[in-house]
Design a binder for this molecule. Structure first.
Ligand code: G6P
Length: 621
């Protein structure tokens, strides 16, 4: 993953680079660094602390200049340690120190042939100072350098196998940064003052600096100098690099630097923003029609006769919930696949499939690759439910529904999930309508329920004090089971994911009917069993499953609807949801599970917004 920022400017660029890194921390945060061209030499600061401390370190070391690159890391090759943090330097063969350098480089992605390149470069006398795959690129560029950085980078790139975005500069060319992308995102920011130019993994890193953005394409190489930039790519017919023109777009990227307000963490703030996020996502909806998903959606919806959903993490669970809606309301066969599995397995493609990707960020590498894989198998119709309108996912898909959750900063996804569910419910209704399964009266009823959702979620949020009382019990446990049936089974999975992500408690979810086929063996008085118990047609079955837990001394923590006859007693704890909400009930029932994970994490004192080993946006496979 990782985040990159680079600049050529007349002014001291370090504060802008560091501010950019702060906004890219969602891509990884286990270490960070910045390097500049200063007084004829390469200088850098690197740290395993958070980006906020990097500026202080740079100030202490007097690091300030107009040409520089910076990086925030999510470790793939080599532990999160200062010597593995980027920027990496190369000082030529035989140099056994990295203290001074000729080439400085940052990288996002994975170089698959790094072993082979390392062996070759070692044979040429290069000494390695890190365990990263990145350092091979720095030495390779150094080896190929003979006075022209662009030329060296252009020669190096065809030698790399894997996915990357890189930015590099050279001691001998003080006012130049060269950057390239192949498989990892990179934008060019055309500066608005003094001819300065930028590169970054995401336009958000440059918010407030420039809104003139070029989305570089796979294979693009960009040469940045003051007052000019030049984009080229390899012409496979001639084997030479040729200039290409790319459109400059005005992008109003949100800085993401949202205020915490009265909240302790962004996750808590985002849980409480859900009524607004849902209302915003529904704002423009006056009725159901395929065109909500883009021009030409009616034709596409008429052509397809099944749905394939591809996603990762929390987005996979919103897709899993939508499968129940799509099959019961729109009567359309639906399969849901984990993107990283789908892309590598043999499947039976059907051109009459609507391929739906779900992604908060729109940049998840596995989901993008799964989408491309589906298309390469001959399924041309693609639609995304995505929270970032400018993302690669939206650009790649034929149709889109943009959720309006706003920037989500907490790594554990909350408001993105519930707004995805809203988007997926609208998709269900639009497909039902196209297929003749939605009467006007049903449409009106569903729209009424959707519009009431923000108020209904607000009422669920008022349960927070009761959930806090439970969280104190959970904080002392190391394991938890989550049970549900039907439409709420994916909600139990999402609840278990939330708990493990931020509290590090081992949590697993089961369809309650599966209890007796294995997990019941785990149930003791030490095992809290969270049960999602809406008042639906499966409630009586679920109650039998709960009895199986009670009979083994398990502790049940039940989220029951107001009108459900389940009473608290020894070993059976009940929180009542304000109202039963029919098909949309999953959107309400996930909220107390988010709160339970959040408050348990607070009680355990974990880093809620930046849990260990995780990142917000996973841009490597
Ligand atoms: C990471 C995040 C999760 C997210 C998943 C998929 O693992 O930590 O919160 O659900 O990626 O991300 P996407 O942006 O595609 O929804």
């Amino acid at each position: 993953m990782c985040g990159i920022v680079g600049a050529v400017s007349q002014r001291n660029i370090v504060p802008i680079l560091v501010e950019g890194l702060k906004r890219l921390e969602y891509r990884g945060y286990d270490s960070c660094g910045v390097a500049v061209h200063q007084d004829g030499a390469l200088r850098r600061a690197r740290s395993t602390s958070r980006v906020a401390e990097l500026q202080q370190q740079a100030d202490q070391d007097g690091i300030a200049a107009g040409t520089g690159i910076a990086h925030t890391r999510w470790a793939t090759h080599g532990a999160p340690a200062v010597h593995n943090a980027h920027p990496h330097f190369s000082t030529g063969p035989g140099a056994d120190t990295q203290a001074v350098g000729r080439i400085a480089l940052v990288h996002n992605g994975i170089i698959e042939n790094h072993d082979e390149l390392r062996a070759e470069l070692k044979a040429r006398g290069y000494v390695f100072h890190s365990q990263t795959d990145t350092e091979v690129i720095a030495h390779l560029v150094d080896h190929l350098y003979s006075g022209d950085l662009l030329d060296a980078v252009q020669q190096a790139l065809p030698r790399l196998k894997g996915a990357y975005a890189v930015a590099v500069f050279c001691r001998d060319e003080p006012h130049r940064v060269v950057a390239a992308r192949e498989g990892s995102p990179l934008v060019l920011g055309v500066g608005q003052t003094d001819g300065e130019n930028f590169v970054a993994s995401d336009a958000m890193a440059l918010a407030g600096v420039t809104d003139q953005i070029v989305y570089l394409e796979e294979g693009d190489v960009v040469d940045l100098q003051p007052g000019r930039y030049w984009i080229s790519r390899l012409d496979t017919a001639t084997g030479r690099y040729a200039a290409v023109t790319r459109e400059v777009k005005t992008v109003h990227a949100h800085s993401g630097a949202a205020e915490l307000g009265p909240y302790r963490h962004y996750m808590q703030k985002e849980i409480f923003e859900q009524p607004t996020a849902i209302a915003n996502t529904l704002e423009a909806i006056t009725g159901i029609s395929p065109e909500l998903f883009g021009d030409g959606a009616y034709r596409v919806f008429k052509e397809i006769d099944k749905v394939l959903i591809l996603a990762c993490g929390t987005s996979y669970y919103s897709g899993s919930t939508a499968k129940y809606w799509l099959e019961s309301i729109a009567k359309i066969p639906t399969s849901v696949e984990i993107a990283s599995e789908y892309r590598y397995r043999d499947s039976v493609p059907d051109p009459k499939t609507l391929v739906v990707t779900i992604s908060q960020s729109g940049e998840t590498a596995d989901t993008i690759a799964a989408l491309k894989h589906a298309r390469s198998l001959g399924m041309p119709h693609t639609l995304t439910i995505c929270n970032v309108a400018t993302s690669a996912m939206v650009r790649e898909c034929e149709l889109a529904y943009i959720t309006r959750a706003g920037v989500e900063i907490g790594v554990a996804s909350t408001k993105a999930f519930t707004t995805q569910l809203v988007g997926l419910f609208l998709l269900t209704l639009a497909l039902a309508q196209t297929r003749g399964h939605l009467t006007e009266a049903q449409e009106a009823e569903h729209l009424k329920d959707l519009r009431h959702l923000p108020v209904a979620v607000q009422a669920v949020l008022a349960l927070e004090p009761q959930v806090i009382a439970w969280s104190e019990e959970f904080a002392r446990k190391e394991n938890a089971l989550f049970l549900a049936r039907g439409l709420h089974y994916p909600i139990a999975m999402e609840g278990a994911l939330k708990l493990k992500e931020i509290t590090y408690i081992h949590a697993e979810a089961y369809a309650a009917g599966e209890l007796k086929h294995g997990p019941l063996a785990l149930v003791t008085a030490e095992m809290p069993v969270v049960t999602v118990a809406p008042n639906d047609t499966l409630l009586e079955k679920l109650k039998s499953n709960m009895q199986e837990v009670r009979a083994r001394g398990g502790q049940l923590y039940v989220f029951a609807d107001g009108d459900t006859a389940i009473e608290s007693e020894a070993g059976l704890h009940v929180i009542r949801m304000p109202e039963h909400y029919g098909a949309l009930s999953p959107i309400l029932h996930v909220v107390p599970l988010q709160l339970l994970a959040y408050h348990t994490a607070c009680a355990r004192g974990t880093d809620v917004d930046k849990p260990r080993n995780l990142a917000k946006s996973v841009t490597v496979e």
